[in-house]
Design a protein. Structure first.
Length: 81
């Protein structure tokens, strides 16, 4: 199980990793952290279980993978022209 602070650290890391082109303010990071905890804590026990966390993380990881690979494919196409 992840507690609130662990989810906050994870969210901050993911935001900065995924939005590396955009400089996020501390307020933007904090608001996103709060929203994420509210979204994931389905049983409102202030802990995020694996069952609550995994579906969200799988979706985010897939989106990030597609974004990264889509960008690489576009760059390769542009280079070959």
């Amino acid at each position: 199980r992840l507690d609130r602070e662990e989810v906050f650290r994870l969210a901050a890391h993911l935001l900065r990793a995924f939005d590396h082109d955009k400089e996020l303010t501390e307020e933007e990071v904090h608001l996103t952290q709060e929203r994420l905890v509210q979204q994931l804590d389905l049983d409102h026990d202030s802990l995020i279980s694996f069952e609550e966390f995994f579906p969200w993380y799988s979706q985010v990881a897939e989106q990030h993978w597609r974004l990264q690979h889509g960008e690489q494919e576009r760059e390769e196409e542009e280079e070959s022209r």
